[in-house]
Structure formats: structure tokens, C-alpha cells
Design a protein around this ligand. Structure first.
Ligand SMILES: C[S@@+](CC[C@H](N)C(=O)[O-])C[C@H]1O[C@@H](n2cnc3c(N)ncnc32)[C@H](O)[C@@H]1O
Length: 298
């Protein structure tokens, strides 16, 4: 979120639940098997519990995931689980209260830690925890995060800090996957690499004997574009075939102007086939035009 916030869209610009479900059915008919709700913050959207019921019952959808800041999760967990959510990613960049306030501009560390425990207790395995690593901010906490994987099926995902509109990214704050590994190996020298599937965006490791795992999202230092099969719909109905690309296809207006399912499918197919072989490097991205992360969703 840029420090000055973002301009809120009029409600009419945002996809309705009917539109989200229609598009999800179309994507499922084209072979999509997993949907992730992100944001903004998905758990502040009204009646999210109703939406997950509809999405999880779409034929072909095998996994329904949510990425959340965790603040409202404990309250909504039972309904989301009953509604068919199969996976949670909870964002947590620091385990220290003063830093939490700095990075999120609010209090709430205890709520997020409680949400992680509640999600584990509800039987989710793994519970994924996303930490964006910034040099000089939280790189001194890497081993504390790894320690969380000792007795619990938590998968800590260390994400390389990426440039987006309004986040004032500098390479001084950037820490690469290799450098993170180096720091963690000083304490856990026998860290071992696990086998990842061909479409996995994270490189997975484990400390032998620990219940949980560690994943690294190395989008900047070692991109995984060739295996990436993700596509994104923004809240205002734009299809993005790459997190770092600024090309968008306006499926919202197509739907509102009466496009048939076949016309929408053709537009989706056209966009996906134009997906580039790889996204630009971080220095180029730092100067290119893209939405702030808060308006994409990760
Ligand atoms: C944009 S958030 C949206 C969902 C939800 N509000 C949350 O906090 O998880 C999705 C993910 O993107 C990550 N993220 C945000 N800015 C990022 C950046 N500059 N580089 C890498 N990851 C980033 C967040 O840490 C979070 O895990």
C-alpha cells in the first residue's frame, strides 16, 4: 500500500459476486483447478463466506485458497472452512511489535499470531505464512521465522521484495534468495532442498527433523516464468496474465456489454497466448508502470 493510500473505486467498478462466479466457471471450463482470493484484504469484503461456498462448488475447482493479513481470520475461520476454503496464506513480515506497526501502519501482531494458531488447530496442513524480506528491516528475523517450523506444519514463504507502483522500492532493501539461504545456513547448516512440482513458484527447503517447511519466492533473482501458470483477475475485472506486466484485458466491461461465454473465453485465450516468456528484471520493473500491489493482490 503506498503511504498515501490508493484512490477507492466506486462500487460499480468492482466485480459483483455474480460476475466473479461467472468468470470462475469460465476459467474452470478452460482448465483452471485452483482459485486464490487475495486483495486488498479479502476478509473485509462483505459476505465473503457466501462467495467461497459458490466458488468451492464449481465443477473442476479442487483448491480454494485465501491470502490474508490475518486480522479478521480467527473470527471468520469456521465459516470459511465450512464454505470450502482449502488453504490459507497469512502475511506476516515480522515477529516484533514495533516493526509490525511500522510495516502495516497498525497494531495487530497478536491477532495474526493467534490466527496462525487457530488455522493450525482447525486442521490446515500446511498453514502458509508469507514474509516479504527487506534488508535492514527483517533480515535479522529469518532464523526466528524458521524456528516456527520446528514443531508445527507451518510453511514460511520468504518473498523477495519486488518493485510495484508507489512502494518506493530500492535495491538497498532488496535481499536475494541466495543471501537469505546463506543467513539461514549459518544456524541451520544441514538445510535440505525438497523436490518442487514443475508449476511451483516457490523453492522449498526443510530443516531435517522439523515438521514445517521453508519456501523462497525468488521472482527477482531467479524468476520461474517458464513454469508459472497463474493468471490474475483484479477486483475491478481486469485480466492480468503476469503479476509484473501492465497489460490488462477488461473482462468486466465485456460482460456488462453483453459478451457471450464464448466471446469471454476467446478473450481469455487470446490474452494467455500473448503471455511473454519472462517478465522484466527488477531494475526495469522499478521504473515501469504497474499497479500498486494492493490493487493486484500478489
Ligand atoms: C498484496 S497482499 C494482499 C492480500 C492480503 N491483504 C495480505 O496482506 O496478505 C498479498 C501478498 O503480497 C505480498 N507483497 C506485497 N507487496 C510486496 C512486494 N513489494 N514484494 C513482494 N511481495 C509483496 C504481501 O506480503 C502478501 O503476502
Amino acid at each position: 500500500m503506498p503511504a498515501g493510500g490508493v484512490e477507492l473505486k466506486p462500487k460499480t467498478h468492482i466485480l459483483t459476486y455474480e460476475e466473479i462466479v461467472r468468470l470462475s466457471r469460465l476459467f474452470a471450463s478452460l482448465g483452471v483447478t485452483k482459485i486464490r482470493l487475495t486483495g486488498g484484504e479479502p476478509l473485509i469484503r462483505k459476505e465473503i463466506e457466501e462467495l467461497v461456498v459458490q466458488l468451492s462448488s464449481i465443477p473442476g475447482i479442487r483448491e480454494l485458497a485465501i491470502t490474508t493479513n490475518g486480522l479478521l481470520l480467527s473470527k471468520k475461520l469456521a465459516a470459511l472452512k465450512a464454505g470450502g476454503v482449502t488453504l490459507f496464506n497469512i502475511s506476516l513480515d515480522t515477529l516484533q511489535k514495533d516493526k509490525f506497526l511500522k510495516v502495516t501502519r497498525r497494531q495487530g501482531l497478536d491477532e495474526v499470531l493467534r490466527a496462525i494458531q487457530d488455522t493450525l488447530r482447525a486442521g490446515y496442513n500446511p498453514v502458509k505464512v508469507n514474509a516479504v524480506v527487506m534488508k535492514g528491516f527483517n533480515d535479522d528475523e529469518l532464523v526466528d521465522f524458521v524456528a516456527m517450523t520446528r514443531h508445527q506444519p507451518i510453511e514460511i514463504r520468504f518473498i523477495e521484495y519486488m518493485p510495484f507502483g508507489g512502494n518506493e522500492w530500492t535495491d538497498g532493501e532488496f535481499m536475494s534468495y541466495q543471501d537469505m539461504l546463506g543467513i539461514i545456513r549459518q544456524v541451520y547448516p544441514d538445510l535440505e532442498r525438497l523436490q518442487d512440482g514443475p508449476e511451483e513458484t516457490s523453492k522449498t527447503w526443510r530443516v531435517p527433523g522439523f515438521l514445517g517447511r521453508i519456501g523462497f519466492i525468488s521472482s527477482m533473482s531467479d524468476h520461474f516464468c517458464s513454469g508459472c501458470n497463474r493468471i490474475r483477475m483484479t477486483a475491478d475485472g481486469q485480466l492480468k496474465v503476469c503479476l509484473f506486466g501492465n497489460r490488462e484485458v477488461n473482462l468486466r466491461d465485456m460482460m456488462r456489454e453483453g459478451a457471450s461465454d464464448d466471446e469471454l473465453k476467446a478473450a481469455i485465450h487470446g490474452a494467455v497466448t500473448k503471455k511473454k516468456a519472462a517478465h522484466a528484471g527488477m531494475y526495469e520493473l522499478a521504473h515501469s508502470d504497474n499497479r500498486p500491489m494492493i490493487l493486484i493482490g500478489g
